[in-house]
Design a protein around this ligand. Sequence first.
Ligand code: SF4
Length: 224
Amino acid sequence: MTTEVLQQLLQWQSDCDVYEPALPTVFAWVLWENFGYLARPANKFKAWKTWVNSVGIRPQDILRVDAQTQESALHVGILPQNDLAKIRKAAELAMSRWQGDPDKILGLSRDQAIRALREFPSIGLPGAEKILLFLGKYPSLAPESNGLRVLQRLGWISNLGSYSALYKRAQEFADALSEDPSALQTYHRRLKFLGQTICKAKRPSCGKCPLDSFCPKAGVKADV
Ligand code: SF4
């Protein structure tokens, strides 16, 4: 059953691969994770392209370009000023701790790398593991909140009481699924996008869901 559902997820025609870009560096990922909090994926991606062209994705760029240019590029999400403050803080940390090159983190052991990544604003354990996944180091599913919700509703993981227990269960489930980094990246993207756009917390659109025929929660109304 799991294989069938995953196949269905892979065949799903959606824009998820368009709106979550492949990024080249640790700092670009830190920037992306702090960019456009709770913005719609399409709006975030559009603003991101403007930011890349007008500001840049290196810590040096963030510290060099004036605040007004940054504000006009980052105008999406519910807390853009907050995002900008965190992005500047991340750039300062990248310069002071990593001499402008946080890719040095990729040479550390897994635990050390996760600790170092978690020093950046907004990067918790899922964010740190996601950055490592997409940069080809220590791959895991690294599901964020939207993906976790889908996994729960499909009945693949159960709520064990705390977020950390739920996250750990999802990682164990994914370990048995695949060790292939590109497969894990695809599952991560698709689960996240499905949770953001269709399997929403309050009113999931089960009628539009590619997995509805497999899902025990199809038609659910509340946050489950
Ligand atoms: S059928 Fe509904 S509850 Fe199940 S995964 Fe799809 S959107 Fe979510």
